[in-house]
Design a protein around this ligand. Sequence first.
Ligand SMILES: Cc1cc2nc3c(=O)[nH]c(=O)nc-3n(C[C@H](O)[C@H](O)[C@H](O)COP(=O)(O)OP(=O)(O)OC[C@H]3O[C@@H](n4cnc5c(N)ncnc54)[C@H](O)[C@@H]3O)c2cc1C
Length: 464
Amino acid sequence: MENVDVIVISSGQGGVPLAADLAKEGHRVVLFERDVLGGSCINYGCTPSKAFLAAAHAAGRARKAQNLGIHAQVRVDFPAVMERVRGIRHSFNQGTSKRLTDAGVKVVCAEATFTGDRTVTGGDVTVKSPLIIINTGTSSQTPPISGLVDAPYLTNRNFFDLQELPPRSVVIGGGYIGLELGQGLARLGSQVQLIVRGEVLLDREELEVSETLAEALKQDGIQFHFQTNIEQVSYEKGVFALKLDTTQQLQSEALLVATGRKPNTKALQVSTSGIELDAQGYVKIDDHFHTTCEGVYAIRNVARQPAFTHVSWEDYRRLKAILGGEDRTRDDRVLGYATYLGYATYTEPQVGRVGMTLQRAQQQGINACAVTLPMAHIARAIEWGHDLGFYRMVVDQDSDKILGATLVGYEAAELVHVFISLMEAGATWQLLEKSVHIHPTYGEALPSLARLLVGEDMPTCPNM
Ligand SMILES: Cc1cc2nc3c(=O)[nH]c(=O)nc-3n(C[C@H](O)[C@H](O)[C@H](O)COP(=O)(O)OP(=O)(O)OC[C@H]3O[C@@H](n4cnc5c(N)ncnc54)[C@H](O)[C@@H]3O)c2cc1C
């Protein structure tokens, strides 16, 4: 067994920069990784899914161009689409490897397990350290469906290894992963059936978001099965057969499971080091990322931090500062709470979100109201044929502060940053109302949205 200064488990987006920075400072750092370097985001999460969607949306837009009088013949070269996706992830992945090697981090390609007090073993390497950082993330959850585990179903882990476009696909799950990849498959030419346990898509969002996305996905030919469970899955000669609890039977060449995530803590056997997990298996941490074991920290998804890469980056920056003696906490962002953070769904139309919904604000006792502007009232959206969706802003009627925004529309993930900046600056809605934005842009609609609060058009806030 070797004594080192720092152990990092594993190579997610927070673990890599921490390991590299600490090694560059002269510490002896060992990093364990059981899979490819770089974690979910670059290998089987954000990067490949968005590269995949770039192709899918290009095909979708080309088909929809007929609404503009342009009739394109779309021929999808699926192997080329996936080669490009894998090429991008390979280049990102190589960048991770180089970063660690250049910094002098010792990388152990093996699954890490706690085998004693602050002692970790992976493969034939055992190391002990006073400082250990757990960054083991999450993986997809397999629902308890009879026959599923014996069938070659897809998850986000192997989806991007697909070589051929499945003629028919069934996607289980109405969360953002199911919707993004489901719409992507449909736009590339697969016949997609989406199975959702609940009544709506994206059930954490406002109902209008779910309804707008359902309309958009329907236009792409996706068929929905709401309030539906799968009773039995079987697989024979390349075809999945699914028995639904509605007595319906479905057949498909691909079955994608996107029904939620579970923390990667089982293999760690953390109890040998006195590290406590919560009831769902996530590592318990305090405000400084500290676990219940002295010297052991946990960051990102495995510690139930909001599951976005931009949060993970912030975890890394905060933990680095804390280790350097600064008085920081895991949530000391300007938009501090998990529910305040910005995030997006990359369907078309996109969903860009930040802050509170009206319902959440009112639940917190805030005297809030909301204004909504449908895309069909926005010049640019009409001109460009992207008129499905809406922009909504929530404000505090006592302080006039902007509390949140929901944007459903073309490239809404970009536009929502206007609200993120305004909210971080503590701006009032009057600042937005007075702003002069460029005509004709999507951004031009944001002052128009604020002007609804002074009764300029379609007021939805009668109390103001
Ligand atoms: C399909 C998909 C699309 C996504 N799109 C977005 C997006 O657009 N924007 C966004 O912000 N977020 C997105 N996310 C979420 C984002 O990928 C995650 O929030 C982020 O990658 C989590 O990072 P992490 O460091 O916690 O864990 P990960 O990146 O998952 O890294 C964990 C690493 O730990 C390794 N590991 C686990 N256990 C062990 C062990 N015992 N020993 C050694 N190694 C171990 C794993 O192999 C893995 O490499 C997406 C996720 C998915 C699945």
